[in-house]
Write a protein that binds this ligand. Structure first.
Ligand SMILES: [Zn+2]
Length: 250
């Protein structure tokens, strides 16, 4: 294995590690509650609060209505049991009964309306609960998938880590240093594969003489355009062949 291909393999391992680490970070970010679940939670909380209000209102006016009804029964009993002899007092009781009857009618209507409101609020709260439960179930299933994916990525990253350690031990120290130094400035691509005569790092055509030098020797040959180490592979042979054919004609 040439020095360049050794570095290229190291780069493949490093890129593989980086993409896995990036995906694992992404998964960690997705493991928190989704905005849909958060808004379903607040919609449910709101519906529950409205239901509590409606039920409290119903309870309060039912109690008031009960009091009016009791007072009415008491006064009606007084009116008809013959114990009140004073006509003025009788008239007053009669007046109050009329007033209480009117009030009871209004109150009973209000209770009916409050009952309907409470039932409606209960239905809404139930629906919100159902929506929230469904979203939570979906999220759980989604997260189970993510956890499985992360486990897989983690074991792959461990394999790559071991592979990297072995590769690093086989590399000349100066090559590794050159690689690490370049890697910081070249967005992770130190060794640029050359395909179709183009540098894989900057996509600029590599001059034929430089391409030949890159293929023939065991020394590093750098792209004149971006400074990456050139690694001619694949159809590069064909490109070189074309260049050679061009030269034959001259
Ligand atoms: Zn280049």
């Amino acid at each position: 294995m040439s020095r360049v291909s050794q570095l290229y393999e190291l780069q493949e391992v490093d890129s593989g590690m980086e993409s896995r680490v990036a995906r694992m970070r992404q998964i960690d970010a997705q493991m928190v509650d989704s905005p849909e679940v958060l808004s379903a939670k607040s919609a449910h909380d709101e519906a529950v609060a409205l239901l509590a209000d409606a039920q409290a209102h119903l309870k309060r006016i039912s109690h008031e209505t009960e009091e009016v009804s009791t007072r009415l029964r008491t006064q009606e009993k007084r009116l008809y049991d013959g114990k009140i002899k004073n006509p003025k007092e009788l008239w007053q009781v009669q007046e109050e009964i009329t007033h209480l009857k009117e009030r009871l009618k209004d109150d009973e209507e209000a209770v009916l309306q409050a009952m309907m409101n409470a039932e409606e609020a209960e239905a809404v709260a139930g629906a919100r609960r159902g929506e929230l439960d469904n979203l939570c179930k979906e999220l759980e299933q989604y997260q189970v998938g993510l956890i499985e994916e992360k486990d897989k990525l983690l074991s792959q990253a461990k394999v790559l880590q071991v592979k990297r350690q072995k590769m690093v031990m086989e590399l000349p120290a100066s090559d590794l240093q050159a690689y690490e130094r370049l890697r910081r400035g070249k967005a992770g691509v130190v060794v640029a594969p050359v395909r179709g005569g183009l540098c894989g790092g900057c996509h600029v055509a590599v001059p034929a003489n430089i391409l030949r030098a890159a293929r023939s020797g065991n020394n590093f040959v750098y792209c004149p355009s971006c400074g990456r180490i050139l690694y001619p592979i694949g159809e590069v042979r064909f490109e070189e062949f074309n260049h050679d054919l061009d030269n034959v004609g001259r």
